[in-house]
Every structure is written in C-alpha cells, then in structure tokens.
Design a protein around this ligand. Structure first.
Ligand code: NAD
Ligand code: MG
Length: 398
C-alpha cells in the first residue's frame, strides 16, 4: 500500500492524481491533501466516502482559509485530521514518516520547500511543479541524488523523455521538447498586444490551470521546461531544443549520436504522465486511448519564432547565467502573469516585466535556500512596482 500526499489537490493535476488513487483500489491510500485558499473543493474531496481515503493532514495557505475549511467539514471528517497552514504544514506533510509518495502539484515557488523536504526524507516524489527545478535546480538535484529520495517527472514532455531515455546505452546528443505554440502560434505581435485573458486561456490542445496556460501562450512555460529538462536529465542547455508541433501528439524527441531521432507519441492528456509517475516502477495500463498511427494524419513541426516569443530566450539566458537569475525569472513571471490575469497589464507586458527585473538583478552564485527566497522576494517586489507603472500607462492609453 502506497500512502500518498497530494499538494495542490484541487488543481488540474491534483484532480488527476486523486483519480489515479481512486482507480487503483488496494494500491494507494490518500493520507494528505493541500490546497491554496479555495477550500470548497478541498472540503468536498475530504468528505468523500471511499476506502482509499485515510486522511491525516489537510493544509491550506492561510489561517482564514483554515477557518472556512473547518466550518465546511462535518465533525466525523475532522476527527483524526490535522489541519495545518502555509509552508511549514506543507513541509511537515511532505516529510512525515506516514507518507510514501508525495505528488507536488501546487503552482509556483510554493512547491520548492516541500519538494526539498520530501526528497531529503527519502520519499518518492511525483513532481508537476516545474518551478521547483527552475528556481533551485541545484538544491533539488542535491537532495535527490544525495539521498534515498526518488524524483519522477509529471510534465508531459519530461515524462516522454524519461520513457525515451530509460535503459539507454548511449548518452543522447540532443533533447527536443515539443510546444503546441499555444493560442498565438500564428498571431502577429500586434494581435498579441491586444490579446484578452479569455483568448489567452483558450489553449488549443491542453486543459490546464490558469498560470501555466498563460505561460504556454508566451512560451515562458517552454522556457521553464528547458531548465527543468537540464536538471532532470543532466544535459547542457545548448543541447536542449524546442520545436513547435501544433498537434501535441509527439511530446518529446531524442537525438542520438548516430543521427537518428526517437520520439514519444500519445494523445495529449496529463493522465498518462501523472499515472506513470505515481505507479513507477509498474507501467500504467490504458491510461489514455491508444493511438492508431493510420489515423494520425499529418504531424507538423516548425521552429519557434523567437522574435514573437522572447521569453523562451530569456529562460535560456537566465539558465546560463545561473545563480539566482532563474529564481528571479520565475518570480517576475508569477507576478506579471497574475497582473495580466487580473486585467492590470497586457500579455506582452509580461516579457517587459521579466526582462527588466532580470536586468536589475545582482545575482548570487550557488545560492542556498535562504538566498533564493531573498531573490524571490526581491524580484516579486520589483515586478509588482513595474506592473503598477505599466497599469498606470495603460489607464492613460485607454
Ligand atoms: P491549478 O491552478 O489547476 O492548481 C493548483 C493547485 O495548487 C490548486 O490545488 C491550488 O489550490 C494549489 N495551490 C496554489 N497555491 C498554493 C499554496 N501556496 N499552497 C498550497 N497549495 C496551493 O494548476 P495546475 O495546472 O494543476 O498546475 C500545477 C503545477 O503543475 C504547476 O507547477 C504547473 O506548471 C504544473 N504542470 C501542470 C500541467 C497541467 O496540465 N495542468 C502540466 C505540466 C505541469
Ligand atoms: Mg509540459
């Protein structure tokens, strides 16, 4: 029996992870769930009658959210359950002796501390929160490689690479991550400047949470994924490439020294990577509908238009500089994406915020967790200031 904690249990990936638990009777027990501040879906998930639900911990982001959660839970459901608040509670759950597998599927920087804690405590970690590897890849690697913990990628491209590279007898020459190109793959810069939140959230092939959907529209997500792949597969950034593939059927390709490429194909559904990570070393069976190659039609590949999607290069740049630059890249993006979702700035302003905050930053080499936290706080503050300036300007314009 694998005892599971799901961090980000009410999100798009968290929901899939709960489905995986429910569909493998006798294999998993769900012992912990964490969510941000939307407590209704958490209360609902915690109140289910199911043999696999053996809750010991719930976690929410604020004390106010805990109050609301407590009010929603029936007394029988609260018995024996500890409700914690914030990062300390996430960390405690991630490293608790009664947990075997931690699914990290919160959004953003919040995933870092529990990822490190779980790995250091020797847990199996199914990692969806790519931001953990972006902001502190060296610390995550150290915690992972230096101990008994295991790390399984949930991101679809990285799950595909994992499958392609398993048992490889040679070191690959290059890795390719595919990108659908998002809703603005063929849009002009002018059209992107006018993009509404609604258009941006209409992703052509994947259904995901709002932050990653915006990041997919700017290709910031693909930039994060390049950094994620570098840490996961020990590969230099120059050997990791991005190729636009609008059908999202091929998820990744590996180039081998003999000149050949191998590719992984599957329907675009996150159930497969989530289930693969949670079931390892067993393979998943019938996670997603099997692909029939005779019905695939044309699969199209094209290079990224780097002028229209400058955040991809910003990620390579921050990754090569290293130090606290990647943490700053992530923090500036988190703030700018939220400002865009709140209708305060334009989609194309996200790149301005990210570039300017990176430019102002003075990095620290080989940062420890506290130094990364400081850089994160600094970058959020700078990004917020810039968003306020941009917001003021767009008011003047309109
Ligand atoms: P989502 O917005 O649907 O869900 C996020 C979850 O995290 C929610 O349960 C929310 O309550 C919780 N949360 C937010 N802030 C929190 C905090 N401070 N403490 C605890 N919980 C908090 O997001 P998602 O699409 O499921 O993405 C989750 C992560 O997985 C992201 O890092 C994303 O990049 C990654 N990912 C997602 C997909 C996808 O298809 N959705 C694919 C690859 C990677
Ligand atoms: Mg991905």
């Amino acid at each position: 029996m694998t005892r599971v904690a799901i961090l980000g249990a009410t999100g798009s990936i968290g929901q899939l992870a709960r489905d995986v638990v429910a569909s493998h009777p006798g294999r998993f027990e769900l012992v912990g769930m964490a969510a941000g501040t939307r407590v209704e879906p958490l209360a609902e998930a915690a109140s289910q009658e199911a043999p696999w639900l053996r809750l010991r911990w719930l976690n929410v982001a604020t004390a106010e959210a805990r109050e609301r959660l407590e009010a929603l839970l029936p007394p029988a459901q609260k018995a024996g359950v500890e409700i914690t608040v914030g990062e300390d509670g996430l960390v405690a759950m991630a490293q608790a002796p009664e947990v075997d597998l931690v699914v990290v599927a919160v959004v953003g920087f919040a995933g870092l501390a529990p990822t490190l804690a779980a790995l250091r405590a020797g847990k199996r970690v199914a990692l969806a929160t790519k931001e953990s590897l972006v902001v502190a890849g060296h610390l995550v690697r150290e915690a992972w490689r230096g101990g008994k913990g295991e790390l399984f990628p949930v991101d679809s491209e990285h799950s595909a690479l994992w499958q392609l590279l398993e048992g490889a007898r040679q070191r690959p020459s290059r890795l390719y991550l595919t990108a659908s190109g998002g809703p603005f793959r063929t849009a002009s810069r002018e059209a992107m400047a006018q993009a509404t939140v609604e258009e941006t959230l209409r992703h052509p092939t994947w259904s995901m949470g709002p932050k990653i959907t915006v990041d997919s529209a700017t290709l910031m997500n693909k930039g994060f994924e390049v950094l994620e792949a570098a840490w996961l597969f020990d590969m230099e950034l120059d050997r990791i490439h991005v190729v636009v593939h609008p059908q999202s059927i091929v998820h990744a390709l590996v180039a081998w020294p003999d000149g050949s490429l191998t590719a992984q194909l599957a329907v675009p559904h996150m159930r497969l990577p989530v289930e693969r990570a949670m079931l390892y070393p067993d393979g998943a069976v019938e996670s997603v509908p099997a692909l029939d190659p005779t019905t695939l039609g044309t699969l199209h590949f094209e290079p990224v238009d780097r002028a229209r999607f400058p955040l991809l290069d910003a990620a390579y740049h921050a990754g090569k500089l290293g130090g606290t630059y990647p943490a700053v890249l992530n923090a500036a993006d988190e703030i700018a994406v939220q400002a865009f979702l709140d209708g305060r700035i334009r989609l194309v302003d996200i790149e301005r915020v990210v570039h300017q905050v990176l430019e102002r930053h003075e990095s620290h080499d080989a940062p420890d967790l506290e130094t990364i936290r400081e850089a994160d706080r600094w970058a959020r503050h700078e990004a917020e200031d810039l968003c306020q300036v941009l917001e003021g300007r767009s008011r003047v314009r309109s």
